[in-house]
Design a protein around this ligand. Structure first.
Ligand code: MTE
Ligand code: MO
Length: 325
């Protein structure tokens, strides 16, 4: 069993000497100890890459690429983006992709409430039919200094804001992840302030770059990446990009996110990427691209300054470095 699984993971020649990849592979083989137990029980073991099996939205993909959002760097290989993940609801380590297959993504409803004309709950497939789906190539930078470049499918956050019809009093939108004890073993870590929560200002949420991703690599979103819908705000550290969203709440008050509640000194509300503002415990000057050797420089706003820097002009004085962590 172990051998058969390992075969599917043979690395490309070019990566064979890469220390990081080597380490990732070793970790994978270690985690396969568990995988083989699952296999013996007749389960799936490691998930298929971006598996579309049974997802009723599969027919919607691939969607047309929006050429306004392309990249000057290679896309990360799918196998890295879909097997090296952060999704603490399934465990506080990177190898949660097998465990995340327990996530139940249908039926799935999204609640829209707070400062809106009319609170409502919408079924994901109804929502998908109404939203303008497109593909965008985005960079992605985790606060832990690893990075990737991926083709998201989804729709502009602005389309959802228009759909929600917020009142003039709404200044922020708060987002919440499903919290299901039956399928999410990570919720047993009682010291975390579940459910996972994030927020954006309305100006951020309606900026062209803010994207609700419902797929990746031309397929529906894999569970480990936050099916059926997750945020993608590429100018911010990855923890802002909340997964598996069940609720959008429009509010006058700035939300306090999961990570800010957990460790405010290290993870704030704005969390904009800036190579010059280090994390209290490590440098943010460079990043490790998943599946590639060596490190590359990190860019201000992760390379998206022309799209978003203006959002923060008025906040520079009052917020200072808090804009960047
Ligand atoms: N609900 C939820 N969303 C989450 C997280 C999480 O633990 N739970 N982790 C965040 C972090 S730290 C990162 S880097 C990205 C990782 O996204 P990916 O696994 O698709 O690369 O998801 C973000 N969204
Ligand atoms: Mo992250």
């Amino acid at each position: 069993m172990l051998l058969r699984v390992r075969k599917g993971w043979e690395l490309p020649e070019s990566a064979a000497t890469d220390e990081t990849v080597f380490r990732q592979r070793r970790e994978l083989v270690k985690s396969m100890g568990l995988g083989s137990v699952l296999l013996a029980g007749g389960g799936m073991g490691l998930p298929a890459l971006a598996s579309t099996g049974g997802d009723p939205s599969a027919h919607l993909y691939p969607v047309k690429r929006n050429e306004k959002y392309t990249l000057d760097r290679d896309l990360t290989e799918e196998k890295y983006a879909t097997t090296y993940n952060n999704f603490y609801e399934f465990g506080s380590h990177k190898k949660i992709s097998a465990a995340a297959q327990e996530l139940v993504i249908r039926p799935w409803t999204v609640k829209i409430d707070g400062a809106v004309e009319k609170e409502l709950t919408v079924d994901i497939d109804t929502l998908l039919k109404q939203m303008p789906l497109e593909e965008r190539l985005y960079r992605f930078r985790c606060v832990e200094a690893w990075a990737m470049a991926v083709p998201w499918s989804g729709f502009p956050f602005k389309a959802l804001v228009d759909f929600a019809k917020p009142l003039g009093s709404a200044k922020y939108v708060q987002m919440e992840t499903l919290a299901d004890k039956k399928t999410m073993p990570g919720l047993k870590q009682f010291w975390y302030p579940w459910p996972y929560l994030e927020g954006l200002s309305i100006e951020e949420a309606t900026n062209d770059l803010a994207f609700i991703a419902t797929g990746i690599y031309g397929k529906p979103m894999p569970k480990q990446n936050g099916a059926p819908l997750r945020l993608a705000v590429p100018w911010k550290y990855g923890f802002k990009s909340i997964k598996s969203i069940v609720r959008f709440t429009f509010t006058e008050k700035r939300p306090i996110s999961f990570w800010e509640k957990t460790q405010a000194r290290e993870y704030g509300f704005w969390a904009n990427v800036n190579p010059k503002v280090d994390h209290p415990r490590w440098s943010q000057a460079t990043e490790q691209l998943l599946g590639q050797s060596g490190r590359v420089p990190t860019l201000l706003y992760n390379g998206y300054a022309e799209h978003v820097a203006h959002l923060y002009k008025d906040l520079e004085k009052s917020e200072g470095d808090r804009l960047f962590r």
